[in-house]
Design a binder for this molecule. Structure first.
Ligand code: PGA
Length: 255
């Protein structure tokens, strides 16, 4: 299982960040967690504190670092931007790209696709978020989802397609409670639907191997039922990753 904790802008002091990071590192070094990879997606300034500068040791690689976004710029005169090169030099291994909260600020499918290519060019694994704002009775949201996935996958090489981590995050389920999250039955259906789309890009077993995450009100109370038998490979929890006890107990639910 791959668990990507998305701190968003919830963690606003270095003290809070250090406490969270330390407790996750402790948890990750317990041998019982051998089959779980934890990645922490933190606000950019913290990546400078916890980044390894490109060096990885066995202990450090148990908790990998992700950016919550990366720039379309490759550097130079681009005030306020955080480039993929800079992130790579800090030792960041993953980046969330196309989160719905960034798409709401104007990020388009085209921009998402360009950011994915910047990520690959710098050996950063893209965690691409897709998901509908709402579900309509005519199931038009399935078309929107396909368009979001097509925009990312069509320009990529076969090798890159196999490496994309795709996070299905229905916007209507984000930032609420476990009771408002997607049901395990619906998640199973969406996993099948998404893998079917991926099948047009990756023949044979290729589509089955793409890492697929679910995000949207994942909490200790629902993570296990969402994991069991749905075909999902991991989760992208937001608010539940910003409290030490909640995050730790959520991971333990999966063991
Ligand atoms: P949430 O956020 O767990 O707070 O719903 C998930 C996300 O937006 O990535």
């Amino acid at each position: 299982m791959l668990i990507v904790g998305n701190w968003k802008a919830y963690v606003q002091t270095t003290d809070h960040a250090k406490k969270l990071y330390a407790s996750v590192k402790r948890l990750a070094s317990s041998t019982a967690l051998r089959d779980t990879q934890i990645v922490l997606a933190m606000p950019a300034p913290y990546l400078g504190i916890f980044g390894t500068g490109g060096k990885t040791s066995a202990a450090l690689s148990r908790v990998l670092l992700a950016a919550q976004d990366l720039s379309l710029s490759t550097g130079g005169a681009a005030t306020g931007e955080v480039t993929a090169v800079l992130l790579r030099n800090l030792g960041v291994t993953h980046a969330i790209i196309g989160h719905s909260e960034r798409r709401a600020m104007g990020e388009t499918d085209q921009m998402v696709s360009e950011k994915v290519s910047h990520a690959f060019a710098n050996k950063i694994m893209p965690i691409v978020c897709v998901g509908e704002r709402e579900r309509d009775p005519d199931a038009k949201y399935l078309k929107l989802l396909r368009a979001q996935i097509d925009a990312v996958f069509s320009p990529l090489s076969q090798k890159e397609r196999a490496q994309v981590i795709l996070a299905y995050e229905p916007i209507w389920a984000i930032g609420k409670t476990a009771a408002d999250a997607l049901s395990p039955e619906d998640l199973t259906e969406m996993v099948l639907y998404i893998r079917k789309i991926l099948g047009s890009y990756l023949p044979g077993r290729g589509a089955q191997k793409v890492k697929l995450l679910y995000g949207g009100s994942v909490e200790p109370g629902n993570i296990r039922t969402l994991a069991e038998g749905t075909g999902i490979d991991g989760f992208l929890p937001g608010h539940a990753s910003t409290d030490e006890k909640t995050f730790v107990s959520m991971i333990k639910e999966l063991q």
